[in-house]
Write a protein that binds this ligand. Structure first.
Ligand code: NDP
Length: 295
């Protein structure tokens, strides 16, 4: 059986068109343009690319965006000062600190300085705490995990009561997506580098989320026939035939797994575009709260 494709690019485009239409309305009715600040520290190439992509997307949908950039040797105090300025800037409704930060900086402290009202990445410790607790609602949900849930919802895939297995427990993907699946009443198993006999665990999954950062690790015999497979992985592998000398590959052996799964995301073209779409959606949500349209 060949799996049906979950086209993240198309779903993200649809969401962005909805956001663009809402921005037009916000501007006309309230004179308000949602604003996003992406804080970049240092010159990590991947981070620079992600920030550029986010800015381009903001421009395309009519969202105001700035990208304060600090040198790699910026001090903790300098980074925190930028966050504090953005916290009180009325033109900015969302603040994203591009991770990873250079090693000498205290990431947890910096993320905790972001105003809760502008924490559109959902990484403030209070928001993460609320995400982990029953009957608590964070101000914002982290973008990649929220994008995964949105992909499932917009494809009409039921989550409640399903057996979900998440490969990976990172603070930015594995752990928060597990919490979101739990909030949606899935039965969730979280796997990591010390999990024994991974294929036996993953074969139990109705919904399998792969977020390990290991090229094509998930094989066809790791997957229950008919399962939904979401590939978060984005790993660069050398490819002399590609323009840039490398290409991006997921954590799932797409060619083989699509013959077993019921639904599958490609990578690239699956979760990646959804991350940015959710970032824009959260910034719009924050702006609407500022305008008093939403609580
Ligand atoms: P991390 O490296 O932070 O976490 C990887 C997780 O996978 C860890 O929990 C680790 O376990 C686990 N792991 C690693 N190797 C194995 C293994 N052999 N068996 C079982 N578990 C293993 O990665 P991220 O969560 O940040 O990212 C994961 C992938 O998702 C990457 O490819 C990244 O590029 C991609 N990504 C994509 C995004 C998008 O928007 N599409 C956004 C963010 C990430 P342990 O905790 O024990 O070390």
């Amino acid at each position: 059986m060949a799996a049906k494709l979950i086209d993240g690019t198309a779903i993200a485009e649809a969401i962005q068109a909805e956001i663009a239409a809402e921005i037009v309305q916000l501007k006309a009715q309230y004179g308000l343009t949602p604003g996003l600040a992406t804080v970049l520290v240092g010159n990590n190439h991947a981070s620079q690319t992600y920030v550029r992509m986010k800015q381009r997307r903001c421009k395309k949908i009519g969202l105001h965006s700035i990208a304060p950039t600090l040198p790699a040797d910026a001090t903790q105090t300098q980074v925190e000062a930028v966050i504090h300025e953005l916290n009180v800037d009325p033109a900015i409704h969302g603040i994203l600190v591009q991770l990873p930060l250079p090693g000498h900086l205290d990431e947890e402290k910096i993320l905790s300085q972001v105003s809760l009202a502008k924490d559109i990445d959902g990484f403030h410790p209070i928001n993460i705490g609320k995400l982990a607790m029953k009957h608590r609602i964070p101000s914002f949900e982290p973008c990649t995990p929220a994008g995964i849930i949105e992909l499932l919802d917009r494809t009409g895939i039921e989550i409640e009561g399903k057996e979900a297995v998440v490969l990976g427990r990172s603070n930015i993907v594995g752990l928060p997506v597990s919490m979101l699946l739990l909030k949606r009443n899935a039965t969730v198993t979280i796997c990591h580098s010390q999990t024994q006999n991974l294929p036996a665990v993953t074969r139990r999954a109705d919904i399998l989320i792969a977020a390990v950062g290991r090229t094509e690790m998930v094989k066809a015999d790791w997957v229950k026939p008919g399962a939904v497979v979401i590939d978060v992985g984005s790993n660069s592998v050398d490819d002399p035939t590609a323009k840039r000398g490398y290409r991006l590959v997921g954590d799932v052996d797409f060619k083989a797994v699509k013959e077993v799964a019921g639904w599958i995301t490609p990578s690239p073209g699956g979760v990646g575009p959804m991350t940015i779409a959710m970032l824009l959606k959260n910034t719009l949500l924050s702006a609407k709260r500022t305008a008093g349209i939403l609580q």
